[in-house]
Design a protein around this ligand. Structure first.
Ligand SMILES: O=P(O)(O)OC[C@H]1O[C@H](O)[C@H](O)[C@@H](O)[C@@H]1O
Length: 356
């Protein structure tokens, strides 16, 4: 029997806006993001920065989480992410703020960017246009203008890479060009394994999609630092595949969520579990093996995915690129368009109408 995902022409009809190509072309997107960000004119940034705040929502905010995780072992300053209309009280003239909105129209981000500016913070806008671009121009702010026309979640390279490049150019972090190049070559290699032309038998992305199909995926990151990768998987499953999904991270989940796996069979049965890890050593190895033993005894399908790469940026993308492909394939299996976001648009419309 021919696998549904191997009937390429048929399943791609479910993807008229071509989310698949956006995923496939991520390496080129990262190259372009770096080109734009290393060239952007730096303006009006204080030389007394002592903390960094990333403003954004959804797919754009995840870029902030990536910055925080990747700089975990490096930055001498705190990196925070804010997903709100409002700002924490500590934002001041020593704060470097990245206002990231792919479209430039997201109200929460635009509002908190304006508030940051009024507090005297140094604001860098990362956007393809919209109100945020206008604001940056009006106030003569540093603007990293990224190409538009994609779904923000597919623009993960555009919304992630600029903050690294700007921090490097300000002398606040070490050079990142080599890490970016390593990431690009990793992704170029992996897409040849995950692409739609590779049949299910040899294609781990299609196999993971099949494992998630008609199940509820739970994604565990084996380190708090990598919860961003588990969250990215969850959001991609939600938005691309129109599926529920949940995530958590070690070691915290061993202090609470572990108990949920003692639930009755009817509750456990629909679940499927994915572990994302960089290495398994010492106490963490015991924790993960314990969970695997208990959960597989309940009949839950389990999949483990290990990061590759010699730097944290490549590690992040190596943990999530598989998920980007697998969630598009899950959409095809579920007969959903991976691009469409019906309820999100309906809600935005309702809020707009209520406020007009
Ligand atoms: O990046 P922005 O244009 O600000 O959009 C932020 C978010 O808006 C919407 O809700 C989209 O569905 C999300 O995928 C997106 O990430």
């Amino acid at each position: 029997m021919v696998e549904k995902l191997d009937q390429i022409e048929e399943v791609k009809k479910l993807d008229p806006k071509d989310m698949y190509s956006a995923v496939y072309n991520l390496p080129e997107q990262i190259e372009k993001a770096a080109e734009v960000a290393y060239k952007a004119e730096i303006k009006n940034i204080s030389d007394k920065i002592d903390k960094v705040l990333v403003l954004g929502m959804g797919g754009s905010a995840i870029g902030g989480d990536v910055l925080q995780s990747v700089l975990f072992k490096e930055a001498k300053f705190p990196v925070f992410v804010n997903r709100d209309y409002d700002l924490p009280n500590w934002v001041d003239e020593r704060t470097l703020v990245f206002a990231v909105s792919y479209s430039g129209h997201t109200v929460e981000t635009v509002n908190s960017a304006k508030l940051s500016y009024s507090r005297g913070a140094s604001v860098v806008a990362v956007t393809s246009g919209g109100v945020l671009k206008e604001f940056a121009k009006e106030k003569n702010l540093t603007l990293v203008e990224i190409p538009g026309g994609m779904a923000p979640r597919a623009a993960i390279g555009y919304v992630t890479i600029p903050s690294f490049a700007i921090l490097e150019r300000l002398g606040l972090i070490s050079p990142k060009r080599k890490d970016i190049e390593e990431t690009v070559s990793y992704l170029k290699k992996k897409r040849e394994e995950f692409k739609i032309e590779v049949p299910t038998e040899q294609n781990v992305a299609k196999k993971v999609a099949k494992m998630m199909f008609k199940h509820i995926p739970v994604i565990y990151a084996v380190e708090e630092k990598w919860k961003v990768a588990a969250y990215r998987w969850k959001c991609q499953i939600n938005e691309n595949s129109k599926y529920p999904a949940f995530y958590h991270f070690f070691p915290e989940l061993n202090h609470n969520e572990i108990m949920a796996w003692e639930a009755v069979d009817d509750v456990i049965k629909p679940l499927t579990l994915i572990f994302l890890y960089t290495s398994l050593e010492g106490e963490m190895k015991i924790r993960v093996e314990f969970m695997q033993e208990k959960i597989s005894a309940r009949g839950v399908p389990i999949f483990l995915w290990q990061a590759e790469g010699n730097n944290p940026l490549t590690q992040f993308f190596s943990l999530t690129y598989l998920g980007d492909f697998a969630t598009v394939y899950l959409a095809y299996l579920a007969d959903k368009d991976p691009f469409s976001i019906g309820y999100i648009n309906e809600l935005k419309l309702r809020i707009g109408q209520a406020l007009s």
